[in-house]
Design a protein around this ligand. Structure first.
Ligand SMILES: [Zn+2]
Length: 629
């Protein structure tokens, strides 16, 4: 990751603050999207569009479509969409800024990153350099220093030989106050920027980690950004002179180069195998990760001293669709189920849980029985199945009473899942396991679902409204769609004959308003996404690659205007009726209004159509402004 001024919006899109909008537009404009995508996918001209096999999902018939002029792609199969920048981000797993830089290089455009970004970038670069030097220094100590013998022996006892220690660049922080600071002559500023040390009360530089085995942490591109240190003691707590317990693991603090909420240990080494297999294994600790690599599954990562969270999911989804939690059962059981289901749904990934034989962890298993480790991953069960198994395993299934008692907790576990279709399949499974009537269980589940929800995660990152994710764009009224097509493909014919007020469908209206800005399509889609209006963004993304005949005529526009007017007027007449009932309008006025409006509707497709169109438009606008009062 590069670029200090990078923020993530709600939709996961990285907004860049260092590269100006006009330069981003310039990069998009200079990048031929067909040529770009052709580097990865064979595209064929088909009508106005280019089509090919989607690079984002496996398919045999092409449903991936590219609009060369608008610089957009859309897949009718998996519904991914985007522009040149998103394509590079997805294919090369880059953040927004790096993707823009790559495309700029490709097009020979020099970016003038703004004045603030310059020094920040230098500072970051200096911190990255210092971190890399520290990692090398720690590593050398582990391999060569006499005082690291205990560390080497400990690692060997955990199955980590010299080769693995080199592969993961493990290190040793000696039992000393300032060995690192002084050897590398790190300035107080660099100590702060890296978290490798600090200035103590006596105004002396001090190392952050001492007498610990060092696990360097890299970003996905392989730059060292932080270190984790593990104490050497194999059993029991180490108590400091002041009585506090020394933590087993100590990680770098958050710095300008390291965010623990986003970072996954070993992703830099694991990503190739993750992409190849479509699977990512999430462990609890760094040694577990190394164990998976050692056992021939080099697709394991670990969180860095923090629980698995939303930002980890948005990173992982770029690499794999199946996420296997390789936690010990109790730990996995404690994961907040509600958030796991939310993230599964939001990021379109499947979360499964690997089950290890009792009282073993992956690191042990890799040493004693690597086959069992592999089986645990292969046989990982969906998160809900895992939670359900735990309830059923704990129940006494040998008596009718025991089975009946298990029903309630089992249904509570199922109730957490947001999808009715998923829940119902498990209801049948529970009915089988407990030998209970499926109808009774459904009733019980229904009762639980009707109770007010007590959220497991009070500060959920976003509100889940309980509805299913729409499988596709909700069917929207045809005249509105036609109008949007005309606006998109024949703006000069349309002129200003459409207004937002004509669109009775909210999704279409938002798309229209976006198009009215005259901004580039990608910007309009970005803006809709940023506002959280996914439906409108998706509709526009899909329309952008539609193959449409180009020979629109003024008559097409007139026909669509009349249809739009009819539906908009019909909606508004309902409001007139309401006003009549609530005596806002007198019966006389209402009657005249309805008569006038209907007369003009009838005129729409006659010679006086233009006059009727103007009158109706004015009437609609007047009704809107009177409502606003
Ligand atoms: Zn696709």
């Amino acid at each position: 990751m590069t670029g200090a001024g990078v923020g993530r919006t709600s939709n996961g899109y990285l907004l860049n603050m260092a590269i100006s909008d006009s330069e981003i537009a310039q990069v998009r404009g200079a990048t031929d999207i067909v040529a770009l995508i052709s580097e990865y996918v064979a595209l064929k001209k088909s009508g106005q569009r280019w089509t090919g096999l989607c690079p984002f999902h496996g398919e045999k018939t092409p449903s991936f479509s590219v609009n060369a002029e608008e610089g957009r792609y859309y897949c009718f199969g998996c519904r991914v969409s985007g522009d040149q920048i998103t394509f590079v981000r997805e294919m090369q797993h880059l953040d927004f800024v790096d993707a823009v830089r790559l495309l700029a290089d490709r097009a020979g455009i020099e970016l003038h990153e703004d004045a603030n970004a310059g020094p920040a970038r230098k500072e970051r670069q200096a911190a990255l350099d210092a971190m890399q030097r520290a990692v090398a220094w720690y590593h050398d100590r582990l391999l060569n220093a006499p005082d690291a013998r205990g560390a080497r022996e400990y690692l060997k006892s955990r199955g980590i030989n010299g080769e693995l220690a080199r592969r993961f660049q493990l290190g040793w922080a000696p039992d000393d106050w300032d060995a690192l600071c002084t050897s590398l002559d790190l300035t107080p500023k660099l100590l702060e920027a890296t978290g490798l040390g600090f200035v103590n009360k006596r105004k002396r530089r001090q190392d952050a980690l001492r007498a610990r085995i060092i696990f360097p942490i890299f970003d996905p591109s392989g730059k060292a950004v932080a270190v984790g240190g593990r104490i050497l003691a194999t059993a029991g707590d180490v108590v400091r002179p002041d009585g506090r317990v020394e933590p087993k693991y100590k990680n770098s603090p958050e710095t300008i180069i390291y965010s623990k909420r986003k970072t996954l240990y070993a992703l830099n080494w694991a990503k190739d195998d993750i992409i190849k297999t479509g699977e990512i294994i999430v462990c609890e600790g760094y040694t577990d990760v190394i164990a998976f690599f050692h056992a021939g599954m080099p697709r394991a990562v670990a969180t860095c001293g923090t629980a698995l969270g939303e930002e980890h999911f948005s990173t992982m989804r770029n690499f794999a669709k199946r996420i296997v939690l390789a936690y010990d059962a109790d730990q996995a059981g404690q994961s907040a189920a509600a958030s796991v289901y939310q993230w599964e749904q939001k990021h379109e990934v499947d979360v499964a849980v690997a089950r290890f034989p009792a009282k073993t962890d992956p690191a042990e298993l890799a040493l004693t029985n690597p086959d069992a480790l592999r089986d645990a991953v292969t046989n990982a069960v969906p998160f809900l199945q895992f939670r359900l198994n735990r309830v059923l395993d704990a129940a006494n299934l040998s008596t009718p009473e025991g089975r009946a008692r298990a029903a309630q907790p089992a249904m509570r576990v199922l109730a957490e899942h947001p999808s009715e279709l998923v829940r119902d399949q498990y209801v049948m499974q529970v009915a089988d396991a407990l030998r209970l009537d499926v109808g009774l269980l459904r009733t019980q589940l229904g009762e639980i679902l009707r109770r007010p929800v007590t959220r497991e995660v009070p500060n959920a990152p976003y509100e889940y409204d309980g509805s299913e994710r729409p499988a596709t764009i909700a069917p929207t009224p045809r005249p509105g769609l036609e109008a949007l097509r005309l606006k998109l493909h024949a703006p000069q014919l349309v002129g200003d004959r459409f207004i937002a007020r004509y669109f009775v469908n909210e999704v279409q209206r938002e798309v229209f308003k976006g198009l009215e800005t005259g901004d580039a399509l990608s910007n309009v889609i970005d803006a809709l996404e940023r506002r959280g209006d996914e439906q409108s963004a998706r509709l526009l993304a899909e329309m952008a690659v539609e193959d449409v005949p180009r020979d629109f005529t003024a008559e097409d526009v007139t026909a669509v205007v009349s249809q739009l007017l009819r539906s908009a007027v019909a909606e508004e007449l309902k409001n007139v009726e309401r006003d009549l009932r609530s005596e806002v309008l007198s019966p006389d006025v209402a009657m005249i209004t309805v008569r006038d409006v209907k007369e003009r509707l009838a005129m729409l497709e006659t010679e006086d159509g233009a006059v009727a169109e103007r009158d109706l438009r004015e009437w609609l606008l007047a009704r809107t402004s009177s409502e606003a009062l």
